[in-house]
Design a protein around this ligand. Structure first.
Ligand SMILES: Nc1ncnc2c1ncn2[C@@H]1O[C@H](COP(=O)(O)OP(=O)(O)OP(=O)(O)O)[C@@H](O)[C@H]1O
Ligand SMILES: [Zn+2]
Ligand SMILES: [Zn+2]
Length: 844
C-alpha cells in the first residue's frame, strides 16, 4: 500500500475531502487507517488523519507529496470511528476533520512529541515473569525483548528514537502497546504527560539484600532501617518515596545514600490521574430483579448474548429501577468479552451516578466528562484504549470511547437536550450511538421516565425517523411504593387572596411540616426564561451587550455584568446610565432570591443552593450533594440540576416554585420540556419508605403539560402533544434544518439570506420536493424565512435564519449544505458565515 488518503486539518471548507499522500518506505509499517500524521500542505505542515489506504500504481504520480511523520504509534482512531466520522459529516453537514477531532481527547489535538515507556505490566514483572508475559507474543525472534531493554535503558524514549532503532518492528511495538507492555504518552512539555511519582525499589535481589543487612555498618543505622523496611515490604515494591520518608521519618539524603551504594534504586512510576482516587466505592452486587425488571432484562439479554444490533427504548417511571437494568445488562455484555458505554447528561453526571457503576465494576470503569482536567481526561481515554477499562461512563462525547469491541451503549435520560452538541460538529449523541452500534453489532438502551417524543413515536409507529426502537415499559416503582401525590396550586388565586409571597400557602405549610419532622425537601426553580438581568425601575433601562442583542447577566461574585455569548464584561452600574436613578436593580439569580425569602420565612432553615453560581468549582456539585445526603440541610434548592437522577431516602417533599416559566418561550418543545422537568423532579420524592408529596405552583395550571405531569400521565400528554405537532408540522412529523447566516453588514446579509432561500426553493422545485407538508406526499420540503434570528446580532455580526422542514427519503441535508457552499463561494471574501444545524434542539 503506497498511498494514504488523508483528511487534513485546514480550516477551509474546500479542503473537506481526502488528499493523497505517498507513504514513505520507513513509515509503511506504522501507518494504518485512523493514524494521525503530519503532512505538507501548501507551504506548511499540518496534521491529518488517514482515512483509507490504497496500493497502487498511482504511487508513480509525479509530484505526489509524502507523509512526513506519524504522530502516534498506535492509531488513536479505529477504522470504525473513521467511518463513523464520515457518516457524521453527511448526517450533520459538518466537515470531516471536525467530526474526527470531536472523537479525540483535547490532549491529542495539538502536535506534541510522543514518549514511550514501559507499561505497568512490564515494569512490575521480574525477568522470570517477563518470560511468561512474552509467551503470549507471536514469534518475533525476540524483538519484544530487545525493545523492552531499549526502553528500559532509556527510561522513556521518544517515538522517533524507537522507530529509528526498530524500523521493522511495527507489528511487535503495536502489539506491546495494545497489551500495556509499553505505554505512550505526550511529552512533558505541554503538561499532558503522564503523572510521575518517585518511588523506591530494591536494586539487588532479596537474598543479597538480606545478606547486606547482616553486615551493615552500625554507623549507618538509618540506612539500615530503610533497607530492612524495603526487604520487609518486598511484595509491595516499588513504594512511593514520599511514603517511605514519612513512615520511617528519614531524610531523602538517607535514601539517596543507599542508592549510591547500589542497594536500592529510585525510579519514577506512573500514576494515573484518577479523579476518583482515594474514594471508596461501596461494592454492590446484583439485586434480585422485580418481575417487571426481569422481563425487560430477559428481552435485552437475548440481544446482548447474540451480539445483535437492536435499539431498545426503556420507558420506566421514576424509581422503577432502570439503573439496575443497566448494571446487569453491562455485566451480561462483559461476559461476552465486550465493552459498554453509559451516557448520562452532563448535569446528571453526579457522583451518585458514578458511584453506582464504580461500586459494581470497580476500577474497570472510566469516567469522562468536561469537569476533568485535560490530563485526567487523557488518562481515562488511555485506560479505555489500553484495555484497562471495560465500561465508560460519561457525557455525550463518551459515545466515541475507543473500545475495540463495543457490545452495548446505554443512554440514560435519553430525552435530555444536552445530548445534542451546540457547537460544530452539531451532532446528537443518541443518533451517533445508534449508528455506532449498528456498525459493530451492538445493542442500545435508551432509558427515560419521559422519553422524547421523537424516540417514543419512532417506537410506536415503527416507522421511522432515525431508527425504530423496541419499546419496553416499567410502569411501577422497584420498591413497590406509589408515585407521589401532586398538588397544583394556582398562583393567581393566591395573589387574589392577598398572598404576595413566592410561596403558596400550601407549599409553606408543607415545608413547615417537613422542618418539624426532620424530613427533607427539594425545591426547584425552573430557571429557563428566568431573569438575571439588570433593570432600572425608574426608566426601564436594561443593560445590554454592545455587540450582541441580548441583555447582560449579573454575576454577584465578581459584581459585574457579563454577556453569555461573547464574554464581554463590565462593572455593574451603581446608578442608571440613562436617567441616573439609583433604583437600578439586579435581579440576581432567581435561586438567590428564593434562598433569602426562605431565610425570612423560616428563621434558621438550612438551605443548600445548587445553581451555576455555586457549582463552578471542581467537586462542588459533589460536596453539596453529600452535605444534603448527610442531612446537613433541610432544603436542596436549585435549578434543573436538582431534578435529575438523585435518590435520597428522606426527601418527602418536592416543591416547584414556577412551573410555567418556560412555557412561553418561542420553542415548539416548550410543553414537552415542561412536562419532562415536572415529571423528573416529582420523581425525587418518596422514593424509599416514606411517602412523597409534590407541590407545583403555576400561573397556568390548566395547561396540559402541567395537568398530565401532575397525574403522572405520560400517555395522555404524548397524545395531546402529538396532535399539536402534527397540526403544525413539527417533529416527529417532519425534520428540521436550521440555517443561520451571519455578516457584519445588514443590507448585504439580507440579500444573501434571501438568495439562500430562493436557491433552496428553486432546487427543491426542480427535484419535485418542494411543497407544503400538508400534502400527502411522503417526500416534501418547505422553507420558512429568512427572518432575523432570535438573537439578531452576535459578536458584532447580524444574523438571519431559514428553517427547512422536510420529511421522507430526500437528501434535504445535502441540499442545504450544497446551496450554502455555493453561496459561500460566490460571496467569498465578503465574510459571510453560514451555519447548518440538523435536527436542532435550541431554537432560540
Ligand atoms: N430489584 C430491586 N430490588 C430492590 N431495590 C431496587 C431494585 N431495583 C432498584 N431498586 C432501588 O430502587 C430505587 C430506584 O431505582 P433507580 O434509581 O435505579 O430508578 P430509576 O428508574 O433510575 O429512576 P430515575 O429515572 O428516577 O432516576 C433505588 O434506590 C434502587 O436501589
Ligand atoms: Zn433609568
Ligand atoms: Zn455579547
Amino acid at each position: 500500500m503506497d498511498i494514504a488518503k488523508v483528511i487534513v486539518d485546514v480550516p477551509v471548507r474546500s479542503t473537506d475531502r481526502p488528499y493523497d499522500y505517498l507513504i514513505p518506505e520507513s513509515l509503511k509499517l506504522w501507518i494504518e487507517v485512523g493514524s494521525r500524521v503530519a503532512v505538507p500542505f501548501g507551504h506548511r505542515t499540518v496534521q491529518g488523519f488517514v482515512v483509507s489506504l490504497e496500493s497502487g500504481e498511482k504511487g508513480t504520480i509525479p509530484g505526489l507529496k509524502a507523509i512526513q511523520e506519524v504522530l502516534d504509534l498506535l492509531p488513536p482512531l479505529s477504522p470504525e470511528l473513521v467511518e463513523l466520522a464520515d457518516w457524521m459529516s453527511r448526517r450533520y453537514a459538518c466537515r470531516r476533520i471536525s467530526a474526527l477531532q470531536a472523537m479525540l481527547p483535547t490532549a491529542l489535538k495539538g502536535k506534541a512529541e510522543r514518549l514511550i515507556a514501559l507499561g505497568d505490566t512490564a515494569e512490575e514483572s521480574e525477568a522470570a515473569q517477563e518470560d511468561e508475559l512474552f509467551l503470549m507474543f507471536p514469534d518475533t525472534g525476540g524483538e519484544e525483548r530487545e525493545i523492552t531493554e531499549f526502553v528500559r535503558r532509556g527510561g522513556e524514549v521518544s517515538m522517533k528514537q524507537l522507530t529509528r532503532a526498530f524500523p521493522e518492528a511495527a507489528e511487535t511495538v503495536k502489539f506491546m502497546l495494545r497489551r500495556g507492555v509499553l505505554t505512550e504518552s505526550q511529552s512533558i512539555k505541554d503538561k499532558m504527560g503522564k503523572k510521575k511519582l518517585k518511588a523506591v525499589e530494591l536494586a539487588i535481589g532479596i537474598d543479597s539484600a538480606q545478606e547486606a543487612l547482616e553486615s551493615f555498618p552500625a554507623r549507618s543505622a538509618r540506612q539500615k532501617e530503610v533497607l530492612a523496611f524495603l526487604v520487609e515490604m518486598e511484595a509491595m515494591l516499588p513504594l512511593p518515596l514520599k511514603e517511605v520518608l514519612s513512615i520511617l521519618q528519614v531524610t531523602a539524603g538517607t535514601v539517596k545514600a543507599l542508592e549510591e551504594k547500589g542497594y536500592i534504586e529510585i525510579i519514577e512510576i506512573e500514576v494515573y490521574r484518577d479523579p476518583y482516587r482515594g474514594r471508596d466505592f461501596k461494592p454492590s452486587s446484583p439485586l434480585p430483579l422485580t418481575a417487571e425488571q426481569q422481563s425487560v432484562y430477559n428481552r435485552i439479554s437475548r440481544t446482548v448474548d447474540e451480539q445483535l444490533h437492536e435499539v431498545f427504548l426503556l420507558h420506566g417511571v421514576t424509581g422503577s429501577g432502570k439503573t439496575e437494568i443497566y448494571l446487569q445488562c453491562i455485566e451480561r455484555c462483559m461476559n461476552q468479552g465486550r465493552q459498554a458505554v453509559v451516557l448520562v447528561p452532563e448535569i446528571a453526571l453526579t457522583p451518585q451516578m458514578v458511584e453506582r457503576f464504580k461500586g459494581r465494576f470497580g476500577s474497570g470503569v472510566a469516567v469522562m466528562h468536561s469537569r476533568l482536567s485535560v490530563g485526567e481526561r487523557y488518562d481515562e481515554w488511555r485506560k479505555i484504549r489500553e484495555g484497562k477499562a471495560t465500561v465508560a461512563v460519561g457525557a455525550r462525547s463518551a459515545v466515541f470511547a475507543p473500545f475495540a469491541n463495543l457490545g452495548l451503549i446505554i443512554m440514560d435520560e435519553e430525552h435530555e437536550t444536552s445530548y445534542k452538541q451546540e457547537e460544530n460538529p452539531k451532532y446528537n449523541a443518541r443518533d451517533v450511538a445508534v449508528r455506532r452500534a449498528e456498525q459493530g453489532g451492538a445493542a442500545v438502551i435508551l432509558g427515560s421516565a419521559t422519553p422524547s417524543l421523537e424516540s417514543y413515536h419512532a417506537a410506536r409507529a415503527q416507522s421511522d425517523i432515525h431508527f425504530s426502537p423496541v419499546l419496553l415499559e416499567m410502569p411501577s416503582r422497584a420498591l413497590g411504593n406509589e408515585l407521589p401525590k401532586v398538588h397544583v396550586v394556582d398562583m393567581r388565586e393566591e395573589l387574589k387572596e392577598g398572598n404576595r409571597s413566592m410561596f403558596s400557602r400550601r407549599l409553606h405549610s408543607a415545608l413547615s411540616d417537613r422542618l418539624e419532622n426532620g424530613q427533607q425537601t427539594v425545591l426547584l426553580l425552573n430557571r429557563r426564561g428566568f431573569s438575571t438581568f439588570v433593570m432600572c425601575r425608574s426608566c426601564g433601562y436594561v443593560a445590554g451587550c454592545p455587540d450582541c442583542d441580548i441583555s447582560l447577566t449579573y454575576h454577584s461574585r465578581s459584581d459585574n455584568l457579563r454577556c453569555h455569548y461573547c464574554g464581554h464584561a463590565e462593572p455593574a452600574p451603581k446608578v442608571c446610565p440613562e436617567c441616573a436613578s439609583e433604583h437600578i436593580r439586579f435581579f440576581g439569580t432567581g435561586t438567590q432570591r428564593v434562598e433569602e425569602e426562605l431565610g425570612k420565612l423560616f428563621p434558621g432553615i438550612r438551605v443548600i443552593r445548587m445553581d451555576v453560581d455555586t457549582t463552578t468549582e471542581k467537586g462542588s456539585h459533589e460536596k453539596l450533594l453529600n452535605q444534603f445526603r448527610d442531612k446537613k440541610a433541610d432544603v436542596l434548592l436549585g435549578t434543573q440540576m436538582v431534578a435529575k437522577g438523585l435518590d435520597f431516602p428522606d426527601v418527602t417533599l418536592v416543591g416547584v416554585i414556577t412551573a410555567d416559566s418556560a412555557l412561553n418561550l418561542p420553542d415548539f418543545r416548550a410543553a414537552e420540556k415542561t412536562f419532562q422537568l415536572l415529571t423528573q423532579v416529582a420523581g425525587r420524592a418518596g422514593r424509599h419508605q416514606l411517602p412523597g408529596e409534590v407541590v407545583v405552583q403555576s400561573y397556568t395550571p390548566e395547561h396540559y403539560s402541567i395537568v398530565h405531569a401532575s397525574g403522572h400521565d405520560y400517555y395522555s400528554f404524548v397524545r395531546e402533544e402529538l396532535k399539536h405537532r402534527k397540526g403544525l408540522h413539527y417533529p416527529p412529523y417532519c425534520r428540521l434544518i436550521l440555517v443561520t447566516l451571519s455578516h457584519e453588514q445588514l443590507p448585504l446579509l439580507l440579500r444573501l439570506a434571501e438568495n439562500y432561500a430562493l436557491n433552496i426553493q428553486g432546487k427543491a422545485r426542480q427535484l419535485r420536493w418542494y411543497g407544503s407538508l400538508d400534502k400527502l406526499s411522503s417526500d416534501a420540503l418547505d422553507l420558512l424565512g429568512p427572518v432575523a434570528s432570535p438573537i439578531p446580532r452576535l459578536k458584532g455580526r447580524y444574523r438571519f435564519q431559514c428553517m427547512i422542514k422536510w420529511r421522507g427519503t430526500i437528501d434535504a441535508i445535502g441540499l442545504a449544505r450544497q446551496v450554502a457552499e455555493e453561496l459561500e463561494d460566490s460571496a467569498r471574501d465578503t465574510g459571510l458565515q453560514i451555519s447548518i444545524d440538523v435536527d436542532p434542539q435550541m431554537l432560540m
